[in-house]
Design a protein around this ligand. Structure first.
Ligand code: XMP
Length: 525
């Protein structure tokens, strides 16, 4: 649970795949919310959390099953508005005296329903539905096996669909609302209005802004760290950059950043990072140029997993070596984000916490006896970007494509040599320049060049060439878990290939990778 002075909304997670989207919708409305798995929500938790409203998420279980997930009974006595979604709707109905049944009902009354449906209003209405039904009906997304066959006493029907006679119900005196569909997903286009109305009637003022977050985070960092020292591994990526600038604003020179240059960075990357932090922000920065060490150990290695292991091991050693020089360091700062810390409900064995060890420094806190400072733990990626803007970081840093910890090593299949890295850097710089010039950078999740371990024959001027082939990669993605290749025009591809071949000595053939993920991965290794 995070300390905050803002009104907060509690999302009780029953294991839906889209619970995070509820949080996204609420954050967009400047409402502070936290997701907690139902197992950890008990009477004491509720009393301490003191939510101003509660949302029950969807979930894969069936309330008709003995022992299925439930909130504590006391949630209904808090006197705050509750919104139940899908499984959450059924929980609410069952708990409050209605009836939920599984399977198909013949002769009307409701069936299992998956996909798009349309809800129409009943003759009753409520502030929850302000802005809804302007066109007569609303498209919604259904995904349920069970259905409510009798609503709980005190509830009335506000909306119905062909297969869901109780699509929207409400106990208006208590502000308990139950919807069968998922208002948080994209396929319920007007879903945001329901959340907006719900938080408004719960009395939220939308006070959770980035400016407020910044001040609160600074106060918390100061309280946590006191007069101790903090070290922060900088990669040049947006998360660690924003974390560093925020912590520096909180504790000034008590923060030292360590930037490990493994010799596998992009063109001018090390200079840009060092200039920004040391020169622009005056943040104490150790620039550890360890390229000889990394490239030395990678010499002759072509197996992708071996490359990753060597880089991971050296990174920890080097980071630790430099961190040891900072006397009195008690804390390690990490740019961990909210999606990495949400305790998602796992039906295979209790709540599971997945904390992504920020690439390359995983394992260090225990090894070095350091405590963690993670000021971005409550934020989603786009909120980190908003905070970065609030802190005045240059747009060039904020909007950057992700870059993997092992860097160019995994974009250089086969053996890694300095000449190949030089060629790769130059080709990558031309490619990114092309993408920026054509105004495509922000539409693309990630774009880069991979240098292939083959040389091919070409002809330039009157001469024969025998140079490397490279592959261009560009993908769109929401989270990097799945991805589609970006559909450049042939003109763009042709122009880019010509520029790379003309401007980069060592490359005479350019290909475009049109593999999606899955079955491919984004990186080549
Ligand atoms: P793949 O290649 O697995 O990559 O589809 C998905 C996303 O993760 C990035 N990536 C990494 N990031 N350390 C990182 O910090 C790594 O070892 C690593 N490997 C892949 C990749 O760039 C893409 O954004």
């Amino acid at each position: 649970m995070t300390e905050t002075s803002h009104d907060r909304l509690l999302i009780i997670d029953f294991g839906s795949q889209v619970t995070q989207l509820i949080a996204r919708r609420l954050r967009e409305l400047n409402v502070y919310c936290e997701i907690h798995p139902y197992q950890s929500v008990n009477d004491a938790f509720l009393a301490e959390f003191a939510p101003k409203a509660v949302i029950f998420s969807g979930g894969p279980d069936s309330v008709t099953r003995e022992g299925s997930p439930r909130p504590p009974r006391s949630v209904y006595d808090l006197g705050v508005p509750i919104l139940g979604i899908c499984y959450g709707q059924q929980v609410m109905m069952q708990d409050l005296g209605g009836l939920v049944e599984g399977g198909k009902i013949t002769g009307g009354g409701g069936t299992a329903e998956f996909g798009r449906a349309y809800v129409v209003p009943s003759d009753k209405t409520d502030d929850l539905l302000s802005g809804w039904f302007a066109e007569g009906r609303e498209q919604v997304w259904m995904s349920h096996g069970d259905h409510v066959s009798r609503i709980a006493p005190g509830f009335e029907v506000l909306g119905t669909s062909t297969h869901a006679p109780f699509a929207i119900t409400a106990d208006r005196s208590r502000h308990f609302y139950a919807v069968q569909f998922h208002p948080e997903v994209h396929h319920t286009p007007n879903g945001k209005a329901l959340y907006e109305n719900f938080v408004k009637l719960a009395g939220f003022t939308g006070d959770w802004t980035m400016g407020a977050y910044r001040e609160e985070a600074i106060r918390r960092i100061r309280d946590q760290v006191g007069d101790h020292k903090v070290i922060c591994g900088l990669s040049g990526g947006v998360d660690s950059s924003v974390a560093a600038v925020l912590i520096h604003e909180a504790i000034g020179d008590q923060l030292t950043c360590v930037f490990v240059d493994h010799g596998l960075l992009r063109l001018n990357e090390a200079d840009e990072v060092v200039t920004m932090f040391r020169d622009n922000y005056n943040i104490p920065l150790i620039h550890a140029d360890e390229s000889d060490l990394f490239l030395g150990e990678l010499d002759g290695v072509s197996d992708p997993e071996t490359k990753r292991k060597i880089i991971g091991r050296l990174f920890i050693d080097v980071f630790q070596k430099h961190a040891n020089e900072i006397e009195g360091a008690e804390f390690l700062a990490q740019g961990t984000l909210y999606p990495d810390v949400i305790e998602s409900v796992s039906f295979s064995g209790g709540p599971s916490v997945t904390i992504k060890s920020h690439h390359n420094v995983g394992g260090l806190p225990e090894k070095m006896g350091l405590k963690l400072v993670e000021p971005l733990r409550e934020l989603f990626k786009d909120e980190v970007r908003a905070l970065g803007r609030e802190l005045g970081l240059p747009e060039q840093f904020i909007g950057r494509h992700p870059f993997p910890g092992p860097g160019l090593a995994i974009r250089c299949p086969g053996e890694i040599t300095r000449p190949k890295l030089e060629i790769l850097r130059k080709a990558d710089a031309v490619y990114i320049d092309q993408i920026r010039k054509h105004g495509l950078y922000d539409e693309i999740w990630q774009a880069f060049v991979a240098i292939l371990p083959v040389r091919t024959v070409g002809v330039m001027g009157d001469g024969r060439t025998y140079d490397y082939a490279c592959a261009l990669r560009a993908v769109t993605s929401v989270d990097g878990m799945t991805a589609d290749y970006y559909p450049f025009t042939h003109d763009f591809l042709g122009e880019t290939a010509t520029r790379i071949i003309n401007e980069v000595e060592g490359i005479n053939r350019v290909t475009y990778d049109i593999t999606s993920k899955p079955p491919g991965t984004i990186e080549w290794e």
